[in-house]
Design a protein around this ligand. Structure first.
Ligand SMILES: NCCCC[C@H](NC(=O)[C@@H](N)CCCCN)C(=O)O
Length: 493
């Protein structure tokens, strides 16, 4: 076995062959995603305070939450991000993405400060950034929306470009350092670290916002902008390692990927299995990330508890997902069963959202809330751990970067629409409700459960297609020692 590995290893040891170097690269990349995910949800547990201190009703909050993906979806920024990544490489794109996140984060912070409320910019936003609040208005702005929510949405949409650009860049970076090694495990760890960021937010954000009983929604966001800055420094440090590796790869005669060509997109768009995966991804994630935006308030309303207490209940969701995702990534590497994992992930999600829709309001039981959230955490490990490492089995390696960018783009359409749809559904099903603790969440939770139902159907179709076309979705990523030895024996014999 050792001889076999020796015979297939590079003639010259590269930086990525040193365990300490590739794990250091992962620490730098994953830390930036950790800080990014903290920022994404820093306001999620503060919906009640945003309403009481800034006048954000569910529609304003929904518009703000959906704005993260606006430029990615409608200005095709993610597609451009894929092109930039393929043309300019990982280190340039990582630094650019980090800087964009800091810029967007800062604008979002400023929008929530008292200085903005006293500024001429606030009056300008009130007077001139107004579009009718009708069905065709797909922008994050509408007439009557608080100015702080409008400017926050602008900051958040800029941040969203950097965040998604970071997402594809980090995936590409992990492939660069871990290909042929512990790649699925590294991806699982990166996602787990990001989930920890969300867990930290659900505990820390309400505590920081209410520090010394002085409510300030700008305080937690200021801290998270500082963390984004540290993430950017991490990307800059990473770029030195990346440069060294690339120089070694060049001198080692390694072939680099073919550059991205717009015309290559036709191979991706014409693939039926790619569409099934992309649609499954958008349906599943639309019932997770937009749910995260409302989960705290849903728990508050159903259990009659404070934002801090609801944050403590929801905390187990990302924490559970963080604990299990790397284990499942490792399982997928060694045992396979990727399509089956997708199906089980969807089933668990349906059960959880139906519980939030019907059982929780009827029982108001904290035990049921915790149990459903733990199950949702398991679901949120099963799907990401199997979905992202399965893409290379379905798409030519040369098109992988663009494929991830296109899947992210399609997914972002759902991530854009659903916070707004849920905000609108919540407002429509709760006419006249003024207190943010009094909403009935049954219909919004049914919308999420239906998305899970559709994802389940696609998971079943995918598994059937895999059985027919042999994509290898149910097979392990790493061949067992036995099968490698058998391969060597047959090659020698
Ligand atoms: N190496 C990254 C793999 C994707 C992880 C995945 N993230 C996404 O799908 C993002 N496009 C959406 C992030 C939404 C918050 N900005 C995940 O499971 O987190």
């Amino acid at each position: 076995m050792a001889n076999l590995q020796k015979s297939i290893s590079s003639p010259q040891e590269l930086l990525r062959d040193k365990a300490w170097a590739r794990w250091t690269a992962l620490v730098l990349l994953a830390s930036a995603m950790f800080f990014a995910y903290i920022f994404v949800d820093v306001l999620s547990p503060l919906q009640e305070y945003l309403q009481s201190t800034k006048g954000w009703d569910p529609s304003a909050y929904g518009r703000f939450a959906g704005s993260e993906t606006f430029l990615n979806v409608f200005v095709f920024f993610l597609i451009f991000a894929g092109i930039i990544l393929d043309k300019m490489g990982v280190r340039f794109t990582a630094i650019l993405a980090g800087a964009v996140m800091v810029a967007g984060g800062f604008i979002n912070y400023y929008a929530l400060t008292d200085s903005f409320m006293e500024s001429g910019l606030k009056n300008f936003m009130d007077d001139f950034v107004n579009l009718p609040d009708t069905w065709w208005n797909i922008t994050p702005f509408y007439d009557g929306m608080p100015a702080s929510a409008k400017l926050s949405a602008i900051g958040f949409m800029i941040f969203g470009c950097g965040c998604e650009m970071s997402g594809i860049t980090v995936s590409r970076g992990i492939v660069k350092w871990f290909e042929g090694k512990e790649m699925a495990l590294a991806m699982g760890i990166e996602m787990a670290v990001a989930r920890l960021g969300v867990a930290v937010v659900f505990l820390g954000s309400p505590a920081i916002a209410t520090f010394r009983d002085n409510i300030s929604v700008s305080r937690p966001i200021a801290l998270s902008v500082l963390l984004l800055l540290i993430g950017l420094i991490g990307f800059i440090v990473y770029s030195f390692m990346d440069k060294k590796l690339e120089n070694e790869m060049g001198s080692n005669g390694e072939v680099k990927d073919d550059p991205f060509k717009i015309s290559d997109l036709k191979y991706i768009f014409s693939s039926k299995v790619f569409w099934i995966v992309a649609l499954l991804c958008v349906l599943y994630y639309s019932a997770i990330f937009p749910f995260q935006k409302y989960a705290n308030n849903m728990l508050q309303c159903n259990l009659g508890i404070s934002a801090e207490a609801a944050g403590r209940v929801f905390f187990v969701f990302p924490l559970g997902a963080a604990a299990i995702t790397p284990l499942l990534g490792n399982f997928l590497d060694r045992k396979g069963k990727g399509a089956t994992m997708l199906i089980w992930g969807a089933i668990l999600m349906i059960i959880c959202h139906l519980t939030f829709a019907f059982v929780l309001p009827a029982t108001r039981s904290a035990v049921i809330a915790y149990s459903a959230i733990v199950l949702l955490g398991i679901s949120f490990s099963l799907v990401p751990a199997s979905l992202w490492p399965s893409v290379p089995k379905l798409v030519d390696n040369r098109l992988l970067g663009s494929a991830y960018a296109v899947i992210f783009w399609i997914q972002n359409i759902g991530l854009y629409a659903f916070p707004m749809i849920i905000g609108a559904v919540l407002a429509a099903t709760n006419p006249g409700v003024e207190n943010a603790m009094d909403y009935n969440y049954t219909v919004p939770m049914l919308v999420f459960a239906s998305l899970g139902g559709l994802a389940l159907i696609l998971g079943i179709i995918l598994k059937a297609l895999d059985a027919k076309k042999h994509y290898g979705l149910e097979l392990p990523n790493i061949p067992s020692e036995k099968s490698l030895e058998a391969e060597v024996e047959s090659a020698e014999g």
